[in-house]
Design a protein around this ligand. Structure first.
Ligand SMILES: NC(=O)c1ccc[n+]([C@@H]2O[C@H](COP(=O)([O-])OP(=O)(O)OC[C@H]3O[C@@H](n4cnc5c(N)ncnc54)[C@H](OP(=O)(O)O)[C@@H]3O)[C@@H](O)[C@H]2O)c1
Length: 336
């Protein structure tokens, strides 16, 4: 089958940073679906893997996580899906990626594709929706109903994760949402998705949030540039508040939270599949709920950049865009 990936970590401007190659057709294991991929989205993790992580073998590694497609075959122990079902999923960091004609994925981390969305619109969502959902409900412990009140600061509100976190928090909780964005188009996007307040992180996060006069910040979702914003986050979070992080800070001092008895929570959306946790099927359940909420019009796709058909040049363009750190919503490619 046709696949896209890399042989060695290279800057995106290098001619061989992304290559096309033929890979063996994958064979589903007991709990696996074999999926014919129809659309994929590109996340920062795709870019980090391509730029920094040498493939584990001497074969090229297939890139990609988010996908939407059709189940072609199932492993012998599969119970949740049948051939012909439309599905969406973010896959596993330990297995070959979605930037290919076919992919195998464990059914327990797959959801039914929202029927109201195209494959491209659906492919924009799974990785970021899983991250936002787990961060808000599983890590920060927010109740999934209107009784959840207080204020949530979302640092990096217009990016892939922020674009769905704002919607989930606004639609499924009673939280007041303060999102950060630095450009008119990203600020407008955060408001459109449901942020009550939008502040500019560029001129100093602490001053910007204080100037907005939003009261105590019980919860912080630090989605990006945590190294830069950590002192401000620790200054802003309320006593006994909670901070959730998802990016890769190099040097943050957790003791800055001590005098407030504030807590730090990590979200890594690949943790359940990487470690094969007993509750791995929660990702199937949450994607099923995200699909239901999308079909009833509560959540909307975060697709903003339809890049075209998956190929070396289009994939490079999507990687360059995500790598620029200026994404509003998500970049998606169709397959075939
Ligand atoms: N742990 C996990 O499970 C997990 C899951 C998903 C993502 N991640 C990681 O989380 C991070 C964010 O992912 P994403 O998909 O949301 O990224 P993204 O889509 O690339 O984020 C782009 C956004 O970041 C904002 N931004 C850029 N520089 C900023 C700064 N200095 N301060 C505040 N905001 C800034 C930009 O807003 P403006 O243009 O308005 O400035 C832009 O809208 C990445 O590092 C990613 O690898 C982790």
């Amino acid at each position: 089958m046709q696949a896209f990936g890399y042989r060695q970590p290279l800057p995106i401007t290098h001619p061989d940073s992304i290559i096309a190659f033929q890979a063996p057709t994958p064979v589903p294991g007991p709990h696996d679906l074999l999926v014919r991929v129809a659309a994929v989205s590109v996340n920062p993790v795709d870019v980090k893997q391509r730029a920094n992580a040498a493939p584990p073998t001497d074969q090229p590694r297939i890139l990609g996580f988010d996908a939407s497609g059709i189940v072609e075959a199932t492993g012998p122990e599969v119970t949740l899906f049948r051939p012909g079902d439309a599905v969406f999923y973010a896959g596993s960091i330990a297995r070959p990626g979605s930037n290919a004609e076919l992919q195998v994925v464990d059914e327990r981390i797959v959801g039914p594709k929202p029927a109201s969305l195209s494959h491209a619109e659906a492919a924009a969502m799974p990785l970021t929706a899983i991250t936002a959902w787990e961060l808000l409900f599983d890590r920060l412990g927010v109740a999934r109903d209107r009784s959840a009140t207080g204020t949530l600061l979302v640092v990096g509100g217009a990016g892939g994760v922020g674009s769905i976190l704002i919607q989930i928090a606004r639609q499924l909780t009673g939280l007041t949402i303060v999102a950060t964005a630095s450009r008119p188009e990203t600020q407008a996007w955060c408001r459109e998705l449901g942020a009550h307040h939008v502040v500019d992180h560029r001129g100093g996060l602490e001053d910007a949030v204080k100037a907005a006069n939003v009261g105590p910040i019980e919860l912080v979702a630090g989605l990006t540039a945590t190294d830069q914003h950590w002192p401000a986050i620790c200054a802003l979070v309320a006593p006994q508040g909670k901070v959730g992080l998802i990016d890769d800070p190099k040097a943050i001092d957790p003791t800055l939270l001590k005098r407030k008895s504030a807590s730090l929570h990590w979200e890594f959306m690949f943790a359940r599949s990487l470690w094969g946790t007993a509750d791995m099927i929660e990702q199937h359940r949450l994607l099923t709920e995200v699909a239901r909420l999308t079909d009833q019009g509560t959540l909307r796709t975060t697709l903003t950049e339809p890049i075209g058909v998956l190929g070396v040049e289009t994939l490079k363009r999507a990687h360059a865009l995500v790598e620029s750190g200026t994404m509003r919503g998500k970049a998606v490619l169709t397959v075939g």
